[in-house]
Design a binder for this molecule. Structure first.
Ligand SMILES: Cc1cc2nc3c(=O)[nH]c(=O)nc-3n(C[C@H](O)[C@H](O)[C@H](O)COP(=O)(O)OP(=O)(O)OC[C@H]3O[C@@H](n4cnc5c(N)ncnc54)[C@H](O)[C@@H]3O)c2cc1C
Ligand code: SF4
Ligand code: SF4
Length: 459
């Protein structure tokens, strides 16, 4: 079999993780393409290099899937769920100190745990994403509590872990790795190929993931705040808004040369609705792992009514490692964490949209691709295996159309220095999605009939 990593890159399914660069010790390089996301550069790679890279690429046929990896790297767990993977405990919770929460995206438990692993001497550093020097965000290595606390909040932005992992390789120290599910899977695969690296990457902390955005997402939101793409110095995707629903957070941008931040509610900005999938990487159309099933622990937002209402933010936390479960329990005993036990159904419910997009939607996309004769990665969801109505299928396809078009349209608008050009071009696609997502004709007719038949209704 020819190494399938080439199919991954040629079909625009590379997520930019950098595992192939790590596994081939730089024989494959990573570059940020014109559409603002990292892609592996395979042009000069020989077949043996490609074969090694394919074994660690989360979209290549040669790579073990999430179930197979979890069977090797996660200890036996008392529970397992097809939506969540293996697990030991599930909680909703947050860091108890309100002052801490302002600089975290959600309940602050991800950075809290990274800090505890360091304080306990279980790791010497943390590999995670923070503000970058040459880029808005990049993978960095934090070696102190201060550094861990400085690098907080969600980076909805394409990054690659290749350079950060290369920087620590062979230094004899131990690290925790934080990443979205496919990055964790890719880093695990790299460790399975390289026992010395596995001895260094000791803990894997996953982030629940909806999809990954190209750099254009930050630029588009910033542009709407009056800061043109080349003027952007820094962005904050998750500014908390006291009194508001936790999901209705703000976006903030800092202009080069300025110290103040311009802040707008994200829901008032176009592109801020994640359902539209604007600037989503194509790789995310081929992903079925929502709860980072190969990670030792995964954190997300508890998007459930009773927690959403609290603007401070609440995490969902699912553990697969006894040491981490112990650290969380001790955190609660010491009053550092507030935790409520959560049933698996509720954990899955908190990510309803993600399951619709990545399990039901994936079945539709795979069937579409097969029909069109396109190469597809091997997934745990079979093509066409989830029966969906016509309208729902059309919605899945429209979302994909928005993602696909948004990259090209934004690059053109950026070159023309015209925000209006992008908005005018993307708006009809979004309007069609919103129509499909609203009540259907039958539902609208029924509602109208009910109104007409209401006693006292004017005819
Ligand atoms: C691309 C993306 C999509 C997401 N989609 C969802 C979703 O659909 N549903 C959901 O419930 N949650 C989602 N999350 C997770 C959510 O946004 C929060 O990151 C999570 O709840 C942790 O919040 P916290 O307050 O505990 O983290 P904090 O205390 O703010 O700490 C965040 C930690 O994560 C690290 N980090 C941030 N971004 C990245 C990144 N891109 N790669 C690696 N490390 C990173 C930081 O370095 C820091 O250590 C997503 C996160 C990302 C990055
Ligand atoms: S390993 Fe990661 S960076 Fe390399 S081709 Fe696969 S998805 Fe892209
Ligand atoms: S949706 Fe899947 S493929 Fe996309 S970034 Fe998240 S985990 Fe990776």
């Amino acid at each position: 079999m020819k190494p399938t990593i080439r199919k991954v890159v040629d079909n625009d399914m590379c997520v930019g993780c950098g595992a192939c660069a790590v596994a081939t010790r730089g024989a494959i390089e990573m570059r940020r393409g014109r559409h603002g996301f990292y892609v592996a550069e395979l042009a000069h790679a020989a077949d043996d290099v490609l074969a090694a890279a394919s074994r660690v690429c989360p979209f290549a046929h040669e790579a073990a899937d999430e179930d197979a990896i979890a069977a090797r790297v996660i200890e036996d767990m008392p529970f397992s769920d097809p939506r969540l993977g293996k697990y030991l405990s599930i909680h909703a919770g947050r860091v108890a100190a309100d002052a801490y929460l302002n600089d975290s995206s959600s309940g602050g438990m991800t950075s809290w745990l990274a800090g505890r692993l360091l304080e306990e001497g279980l790791v010497d550093g943390v590999i995670h994403v923070g503000r970058g020097d040459d880029e808005l965000f990049s993978y960095s290595v934090s070696r102190s509590l201060d550094e861990i606390r400085t690098r907080r909040k969600s980076a909805y932005y394409s990054t690659s872990f290749a350079a950060a992992v290369e920087a620590i390789r062979g230094d004899g120290l131990r690290y925790a790795f934080i990443g979205v599910p496919c990055f964790v899977r890719a880093a695990r695969l790299a460790c399975l190929e390289d026992p010395a690296l596995a001895r260094q990457l000791r803990y894997f902390i996953g982030l629940v993931c909806g999809h990954l955005k190209s750099a254009a997402f930050a630029e588009f939101l910033a542009w709407q705040c009056g800061v043109a793409p080349d003027e952007v110095k820094a962005v904050d995707f998750r500014v908390k808004a006291p009194g508001r629903d936790a999901g209705r957070y703000d976006f903030a941008v800092q202009r080069k040369g300025a110290s103040d931040w311009i802040t707008r509610p994200t829901f008032t900005l176009q592109g801020g609705n994640w359902g539209h999938g604007m600037f989503q990487l194509n790789a995310c159309n081929y992903c079925d792992d929502i709860f980072a099933e190969t990670a030792d622990v995964v954190f997300g937002d508890a998007w459930l009514p009773e927690y959403r209402a609290d603007w401070r933010g609440t995490n969902i936390a699912l553990t697969r490692n006894a040491t981490i479960a112990r650290l969380l329990a001790e955190g609660r005993q010491r009053g550092e964490l507030v935790l409520d036990a959560l049933a698996p159904e509720r954990a899955a419910e908190s990510q309803g949209g993600n399951f619709r997009h990545r399990r039901e939607g994936l079945a539709v996309r795979l069937a579409d691709d097969r029909r069109a004769g396109r190469w597809v990665p091997l997934k745990r969801v079979a093509p066409g295996s989830v029966p969906l109505g016509r309208r729902r299928k059309a919605l899945v396809r429209q979302r994909r159309a928005i993602s696909e078009a948004s990259h090209r349209l934004f690059a053109e608008a950026r070159a023309a220095a015209s925000l209006e050009q992008f908005v005018a071009a993307v708006q009809p696609l979004v309007a069609r999605y919103d129509r499909l997502n609203g009540p259907g004709l039958l539902a609208r007719l029924r509602a109208r009939l009910r109104r007409l038949l209401r006693p006292g209704a004017k005819h």
